[in-house]
Design a protein around this ligand. Structure first.
Ligand SMILES: NC(=O)c1ccc[n+]([C@@H]2O[C@H](COP(=O)([O-])OP(=O)(O)OC[C@H]3O[C@@H](n4cnc5c(N)ncnc54)[C@H](O)[C@@H]3O)[C@@H](O)[C@H]2O)c1
Length: 355
């Protein structure tokens, strides 16, 4: 157990890096953000200037024994190339989602973590939203009865310019796929967290609105080991872009997470959300709806952008101190990648995939 501040570095200084920088700086009692690296030195210099840290070559970061924690914000298909040497150098590592773009690459990260004995976390920040915590509480209370069905939708929208802005986006090699592995994976992780391991997948994918080699719409029917049947849809072609939605339907009730808020909780015989007098009838309570993308709220509390990253990085700090796995560990990251890849394989082979 260590109580001194962890010294951290960020590798990959693009779009998501400032979110990591702000989150790590907000953990100043526990973490000291000291350095950043990028294969494009100007990008590292810009992040270093913006946050008062030092831009350094990655080899220096790896060789510096005073750096304890590396935050990997490179393109998805380079998470193992960057993360494995950091783990083997004895550092704790957090990689952005998805963990990697193949199960084999995820396994390289897991093997390095086992060798080093340090900690590995995979960003899935929506696990730390207030709404997701509420959903978990409802599930854990047993109020839904047996969860027999789940419905997971990510009807998002990305422009062609989004894909054109960085050469790795929308490629099988470095993005690992399209709407499902990049955008949908957040909700796939929540689905796995709620329903447990999946046992079979029937998937379909299509490219309908972008000039990319990967899918911009994906759907799947999934059977879970516990018996839950789920449907899944993720897209970047669906205008104007609506909040991601996860609905869990049980024998005694249902809960719906939309964006990062619980927007509906309906439980037989009790009103969980509003504490109203109960009857034998099914009580329905609806919360606020919110579009994170448009910043609209009408009552229910949304988690501000960046706050969930801060909470997840704090969980990693506690995991290091308590020498326990972080909430979203390498196994969870690999499970999400495995489910996504089963959808792709099923779509390609036109057959059901057994996991
Ligand atoms: N959690 C979220 O909500 C969220 C949001 C956006 C992106 N992401 C994830 O973050 C990762 C990065 O996405 P982005 O949009 O910031 O990408 P980006 O293209 O904007 O930035 C990636 C950066 O990595 C650098 N880089 C490439 N190879 C490198 C290497 N070998 N060593 C060091 N630097 C290298 C690039 O020069 C670039 O500056 C992806 O895995 C993506 O899925 C997560």
């Amino acid at each position: 157990m260590t109580s001194r501040r962890l010294r951290a570095a960020i590798v990959g200084c693009g779009t998501i890096a400032p979110t990591h920088a702000r989150a790590l700086l907000a953990l100043a009692d526990d973490v000291e953000l000291v350095a950043c690296s990028d294969v494009v030195p100007e990008r590292a210099a810009a992040l270093a200037d913006a946050f008062g840290i030092e831009a350094r070559p990655y080899a220096d970061v790896l060789a510096d024994p005073t750096i304890d924690l590396v935050s990997v914000c490179t393109p998805s298909g380079l998470h193992a190339e960057v993360g494995v040497p950091a783990l083997l150098a004895g550092k704790h590592v957090v990689v952005e989602k998805p963990m990697e773009v193949t199960e084999e690459a995820c396994d390289r990260l897991l093997a390095a973590q086992r060798t080093s004995g340090t900690h590995l976390a995979v960003i899935s920040q929506h696990r730390f939203d207030d709404g997701t915590r509420r959903l978990r509480e409802v599930l854990a209370s047993g109020a839904l009865g047996r969860v027999v069905a789940a419905d997971c939708r990510v009807p998002w929208h990305r422009t062609q310019e989004y894909y054109d802005a960085e050469a790795w986006r929308g490629t099988w090699a470095l993005d690992g796929g399209g709407a499902l592995i990049n955008q949908g994976i957040h909700t796939v992780d929540l689905l796995l967290w709620a329903c447990g391991p999946a046992v079979s997948v029937d998937g379909a994918i299509a490219t309908v609105a972008h000039e990319v080699e990967v899918e911009d719409v994906a759907s799947a029917a999934i059977t879970f080991a516990g018996g839950t049947l789920a449907t899944l849809m993720a897209s970047t072609a669906t205008a104007p872009g609506l909040p991601a939605r996860l609905a869990l339907h049980g024998t005694d009730g249902a809960v719906v997470l939309e964006g990062d808020c619980v927007t509906l909780l309906a439980v037989r015989g009790q009103d969980v959300q509003q504490g109203q007098p109960t009857t034998d009838a099914l009580q329905v309570a609806t919360g606020g709806t919110r579009s994170a993308e448009r910043g609209v709220t009408d009552g229910s509390e949304a988690t501000a952008w960046g706050e969930a990253h801060r909470r997840q990085l704090l969980d990693l700090v506690h995991a290091v101190r308590e020498d326990r796995p972080p909430l979203v560990d390498g196994e969870a990251g690999r499970a999400a990648v495995g489910l996504v890849r089963a959808v792709y394989r099923s779509a390609r082979e036109g057959t059901r995939i057994t996991l």
